[in-house]
Design a protein around this ligand. Structure first.
Ligand SMILES: NC(=O)c1ccc[n+]([C@@H]2O[C@H](COP(=O)([O-])OP(=O)(O)OC[C@H]3O[C@@H](n4cnc5c(N)ncnc54)[C@H](OP(=O)(O)O)[C@@H]3O)[C@@H](O)[C@H]2O)c1
Length: 304
């Protein structure tokens, strides 16, 4: 499968990254099936997996550790994250040890700070991350959900290495990152790992809402209604190109310089489908039609 260069690191990874929050959530998928899907994804050429200590309280990392045992360690690029409440110096070191143990490995490829914590000085977290880097426990340091000013500040506190990625909310509808952080990252050759790439599936026609809270269901239903015309346009474009909606939505992201798309699925057929987003490019006409359809969408802030 095609590989894409992970910014300044020079690492070659798949443009699609397998997300794994769901694999730590038993109500969504059981362990045996999660292991099966992860192995299938790797066999099909996806060599990067995104997880976090917080996903299923460590369960997602445990499942990944089990799934990747049958592969050579260097065949898989593991991305995991330290939680927002573990950003004090000693907590970062402890959290990394926990992740290494659950993943059954002696190094993490890319270790991210999951969310900034305004109560902990950035310098303290950066120093702990750099110690893990110096000790060889992590190969690269990265961030997630860091705005431009915080990303800049974090970089200033690293002396031996640089920030290797920032994982952010980004898809063809939700484009806030394009205002400042993405242009800066592209200029500095820092890759963006996009989560919510399929808009939780709603951008590609998902209608079912999985939650027992009534307010949430109502908000999600309103959201689904407000993006209906965009979903229809994506589906039309896909049909014209002999592609699927998911392939169009993911291609929109991975065609961009230094942007990688994280997606999750519990189904093998969706895995195959998503891989079809690689190796081609949407034309200017389709990109313009998507932009126009996005402009027509009005989403109430509270249902986003
Ligand atoms: N850094 C952060 O703060 C952060 C935040 C959120 C998520 N993440 C990461 O991003 C990963 C992805 O999660 P996400 O929230 O961004 O979700 P997403 O990948 O945008 O959407 C997942 C949904 O899309 C559906 N789907 C997948 N492929 C499909 C296809 N070909 N056709 C139709 N539906 C399809 C899946 O359903 P099926 O199971 O039925 O395929 C699932 O319901 C997480 O697992 C996590 O690793 C990171």
């Amino acid at each position: 499968m095609e590989r894409k260069t992970l910014g300044w690191t020079g690492e070659k990874i798949s443009p699609l990254i397998l997300g794994s929050w769901e694999y730590g959530t038993i109500s969504i998928i059981d362990e045996a099936n999660a292991v099966k899907i992860i192995r299938k994804a790797i066999e099909m050429g996806i060599n990067a997996i995104d997880t976090a200590e917080s996903y299923g309280n460590g369960l997602s990392e445990i499942v990944i550790g089990k799934a990747i045992k049958q592969f050579k360690r260097e065949e898989v690029f593991i991305i995991t994250k330290v939680s927002i409440d573990h950003l004090r110096y000693d907590d970062v070191l402890r959290a990394a040890e926990g992740s290494l143990k659950r993943l059954e490995t002696n190094y993490i490829d890319l270790y991210l700070v999951h969310w900034p914590n305004h109560y902990v000085p950035i310098r303290e977290t950066a120093k702990a991350m750099e110690r893990l880097f110096n000790e060889g426990k992590i190969r690269y340091i990265g961030l997630s959900n860091f705005s431009l000013p915080l990303l800049r500040e974090f970089r200033e506190h690293l002396s031996k290495t640089d920030v290797a990625a920032n994982e952010l909310h980004y898809n063809l509808l939700f484009r806030d990152v394009e205002k400042e952080v993405l242009p800066y990252m592209q200029k500095e050759n820092i890759p963006l790992l996009a989560y919510d790439s399929l808009g939780l599936g709603y951008l590609v026609g998902r209608k079912e809402v999985r939650n027992e809270y009534r307010w949430y269901v109502l908000a999600r239903e309103a959201y689904i209604r407000s993006i209906e015309s965009l979903v229809n346009e994506i589906s039309l474009i896909a049909k014209e190109l002999n592609k699927t909606p998911a392939q169009v939505v993911l291609n929109w992201l991975i065609s961009k310089d230094n942007v990688f798309a994280i997606f999750n699925t519990t189904k093998e057929e969706h895995l195959k489908d998503n891989l079809g987003s690689i190796g081609w490019k949407l034309g200017d006409n389709e990109l313009r039609r998507i932009d126009e359809a996005v402009k027509r969408v009005i989403i109430d802030y509270f249902v986003r």
